[in-house]
Design a protein around this ligand. Structure first.
Ligand SMILES: [Zn+2]
Length: 295
């Protein structure tokens, strides 16, 4: 049993004192979560965090894949992300925090960045990245004079136990007018609103924070960064509906006849329509923030 973290009195994102406690976590593991009545943010109180880069953590994240495989697997999404900020990347000094095997660093250079540096806690991945880019383990290794035009955090912030001081360190590294791009799982995503199957998958120990559009916006403002928040649907129609239909008991018996027509619909163009529809309703599975320092 993990030690119970001291209960919080205010929301880690917006600072409101309207905290209630709720129990839910993946795979039947009981967890205590603090819920903010103001911005809707959820934070895990117990169990405590996993050791980042430790064996249990890596097993749940990267499995036994080699760095070269992790790099290759993440290239399509990295290129999609780089394409979405191509005009900003031209000639930009870029820092990707939580860069894993460096897929986004490579995609940023392809898209015209002047340089792309990474920060990664995992020693094996960082050694792989260091073959082609400058790679840091922690903030205090980054030269104090270094400033970046673009700082990206893809699927990082949900792992941080205390995100506000972390983001203040990010803010200090921004060049004047520099851009911060953050991508986290959305706890307002369509599948979560309607599915018990998805909830079982979504709430787990390595994710310390569960953001809403309002909570990420409030958190960033407190870190001195203002911008816009939107959602994007990154997983496909079949995957998403499969999760929504899963009742955890009888679904496996009817799965094939239910999912097969969805697969055909997706192939016939339903995929794009679904992605646009989910994102336009603020119900996409990825929550994206883009912003710059407040003047
Ligand atoms: Zn809040």
């Amino acid at each position: 049993m993990s030690p119970v973290r001291e209960q919080i009195s205010t929301c880690v994102c917006c600072g409101a004192a309207t905290i209630t406690y709720t129990r839910a976590l993946k795979d039947g593991e009981q967890g205590l979560l603090a819920a903010c009545g103001d911005c809707g943010h959820l934070t895990i109180i117990s169990p405590g965090p996993l050791d980042y880069g430790g064996e249990e953590y890596e097993a749940s994240y990267h499995g036994s894949r080699a760095p070269a495989k992790i790099f290759a697997d993440a290239i399509p999404l990295a290129r999609k992300r780089a394409a979405g900020m191509k005009s900003h990347l031209q000639g930009a000094r870029t820092l990707d925090i939580g860069c894993a095997a460096g897929s986004f660093l490579s995609a940023a250079m392809e898209a015209g960045a002047a340089c792309a540096e990474g920060m990664e806690m995992n020693d094996e991945l960082r050694a792989f990245v260091a073959r082609s880019h400058t790679a840091y383990k922690k903030f205090d290794q980054i030269p104090t004079s270094a400033r970046f035009d673009i700082i990206t955090l893809f699927r990082v912030l949900e792992h941080i136990d205390d995100p506000l001081p972390f983001l203040r360190s990010v803010s200090e590294l921004l060049a004047p007018g520099g851009l911060v791009v953050i991508d986290v799982p959305s706890s307002e995503m369509l599948a979560l609103r309607h599915s018990t199957g998805d909830r079982r998958w979504f709430y787990h120990r390595a994710h310390r924070q569960y953001f809403t559009r309002r909570s990420i916006d409030q958190l960033m403002a407190r870190a001195g960064i203002r911008g816009e928040v939107f959602t994007s649907q990154d997983t496909g129609l079949v995957y998403c509906m499969d999760r929504m239909l899963d009742d955890g008991r009888y679904y496996r018996y009817v799965r094939l006849p239910l999912v097969a027509p969805l697969f055909i619909m997706a192939k016939l163009g339903g995929e794009r329509v679904f992605s646009r529809w989910a994102a336009s309703r603020g119900a996409g599975d990825a929550l994206i923030f883009r912003g710059t320092q407040c003047k």
